[in-house]
Design a protein. Structure first.
Ligand code: ADP
Ligand code: ADP
Length: 230
């Protein structure tokens, strides 16, 4: 589904360039919940931005379903971007939980009844049906994060990219967020790529994993074969 081939990326540094990604390759199967785990500065966000087509790598290729994204023009790039949802954690503070989930559907011009049906379905997946009318400030951090995921899923993407979705959450709230990502995969068939510093996150929900360190993939494959001890 997502293939990353020999991705390299550096940023200008004070004395020498900072290498964020060194020859990174990975293969995310359709319908997988794929985890990229590594310490701060390992290159996870840079990788996520490259896969989200928000950043151009210096070298290497990102493919979706075999399609090389490097040479895409405006219209075709937009088509691919429409299939690939990127988790944006900032909610509209003045809109309700339902309103936040509905926002992308409004932008797409989805009519009222279909919007309501889809928002209802997504809120159910999030386990937040009872919270539909509440404002973000009235929700816990974990609930807010789930609403942000719901907004990313509303328009029916095939891929969801979540860069450190649990980084600032308590363990219990992380659990509910991971459950939602797992349900997105299981019930909507969305391919999910998640980055995290936290080993336990990948162990809880991911089936495939890449371990990143200093911009390099040091290990990848099934989460069951992870070398590091829990
Ligand atoms: P992680 O998400 O694993 O913490 P990042 O991808 O944010 O890692 O960063 C990898 C390396 O690239 C770090 O050394 C970071 O300082 C550097 N880096 C990332 N983005 C930029 C940028 N826009 N400008 C300069 N350096 C950057
Ligand atoms: P806001 O105050 O954020 O604008 P609205 O009440 O206008 O929120 O709702 C925004 C969108 O969410 C509308 O498209 C509406 O159809 C949908 N919506 C609102 N409440 C629900 C609900 N309980 N279940 C499903 N969809 C809802």
């Amino acid at each position: 589904m997502i293939t990353v081939e020999n991705l390299s990326k550096s940023f200008p540094g004070k004395t020498s360039p900072v290498v964020a990604l060194r020859d990174v390759s990975l293969d995310v199967s359709p319908g997988a919940l794929y985890g990229v785990v590594g310490p701060a500065g390992a290159g996870k966000s840079t990788l996520a931005r490259c896969v989200a087509l928000k950043e151009k790598p210096d070298r290497g290729v990102v493919r979706f379903d075999g399609l090389n994204t490097a040479g895409l023009d405006g219209k075709r790039l937009r088509e691919v971007r429409n299939q690939v949802a990127v988790l944006d954690m900032a909610l509209h503070a003045e809109r309700t939980a339902a309103g936040n989930v509905a926002a992308p559907l409004e932008q797409l011009g989805v009519d009222g009844p279909r919007r309501r049906a889809r928002v209802g379905q997504v809120l159910d997946l999030l386990g937040l049906t009872q919270r539909a009318g509440q404002l973000p400030a009235e929700l816990s951090k974990g609930q807010q994060r789930r609403i942000a995921i719901g907004r990313a899923l509303a328009a029916g993407p095939t891929v969801l990219l979540a860069d450190d979705p649990t980084g600032d959450l308590e363990p219990e709230e992380s659990g509910t967020v991971l459950t939602v990502l797992d349900r997105a995969r299981a019930e909507l068939g969305v391919t999910v790529l998640v980055t995290t510093k936290d080993d336990s996150v990948v162990r809880r929900v991911c089936d495939e994993v890449a371990v990143l360190d200093s911009g390099r993939v040091v290990e990848n494959g099934s989460v069951l074969d992870l070398v590091t001890d829990p």
